[in-house]
Design a protein around this ligand. Structure first.
Ligand SMILES: CC(C)(COP(=O)(O)OP(=O)(O)OC[C@H]1O[C@@H](n2cnc3c(N)ncnc32)[C@H](O)[C@@H]1OP(=O)(O)O)[C@@H](O)C(=O)NCCC(=O)NCCS
Length: 219
């Protein structure tokens, strides 16, 4: 079953009051690998809520409730910025350095002129309604409006369902990296880079009463 078109609204940027809910969705989706770095949910969720920037995050609302996120990097803009001092408050300076290094190890960067869809997560209650697909479409709207040339993402070998979703949406696998040492740390032993070019056709006007458009521009 798919959500009706108008049941899903996508907006660019998190409001302050939405940060804890967004952090919960993010942790629920990626806790398997993030837990190693940011600790259990009671520690990690506040760190994430503080670490989300005012920048490139698309938030999907289903019937008014925050239901999903697409977290992006492009043109030097980043959805997440976790300070060393925040980690140090929770884990002490020495341990937080190790955790920061691990965070950097799994960090990905966008190519020149490209957009990196770093992560996409839909609240478990609202999966398979088409919200993930709608978020990805909004990512392409944004990329087109910013004149970016391609969208790239990474998918791990333990997530074949996500990979098949991306394939259905026109992404192509360009390279697979084997990282067997990651299996015992984060549960996956290979990841694949997938890309899809952005077609620069003019978009129909997005109008409506949303405070910020999903392409990140105001007005
Ligand atoms: C991947 C994800 C964002 C898809 O969001 P969604 O709103 O359920 O996506 P849609 O409804 O548009 O499409 C559903 C398709 O997503 C794929 N999918 C991947 N993981 C899924 C999951 N755990 N549950 C349901 N669908 C999943 C399937 O191909 C599914 O198709 P199906 O319903 O015919 O089986 C969501 O499942 C999720 O948050 N998963 C956990 C985090 C994650 O793995 N993110 C991707 C990292 S690369």
């Amino acid at each position: 079953m798919s959500a009706e078109h108008d049941e899903v609204v996508i907006r660019y940027g998190l409001r302050d009051e939405e940060r804890p809910g967004a952090a919960k969705i993010y942790y629920e989706a990626f806790g398997g690998k993030l837990g190693v770095i940011l600790g259990p949910p009671e520690t990690a969720i506040p760190i994430l809520a503080e670490g989300f920037t005012d920048g490139p995050i698309l938030v999907a609302f289903y019937r008014g409730e925050a239901a999903g996120l697409a977290c992006l990097r492009f043109n030097g803009e980043d959805f997440l910025s976790i300070r060393a001092s925040t980690l140090a408050r929770k884990f002490g300076w020495i341990e937080s350095l190790t955790r920061l290094i691990m965070l950097r190890l799994i960090d990905q960067s966008p190519s020149e002129g490209g957009l990196l869809l770093d992560s996409i997560a839909v609240d478990g209650r609202f999966r398979s309604l088409g919200i993930g697909r709608r978020l990805i479409e909004a990512v392409f709207d944004l990329a087109r409006n910013r004149r970016l040339t391609q969208v790239a993402l990474q998918v791990v070998d333990t997530n074949p369902r996500a990979q098949s979703l991306y394939e259905r949406l026109g992404f192509t696998a360009v390279r697979t990296y084997r990282v067997p040492f990651m299996r015992s740390i984060m549960g996956f032993s290979a990841y694949t880079i997938m890309t899809k070019p952005v077609r620069q056709t003019p978009l129909p006007n997005h109008t409506g009463d949303r405070p910020r458009r999903s392409d990140g521009r105001t007005g």
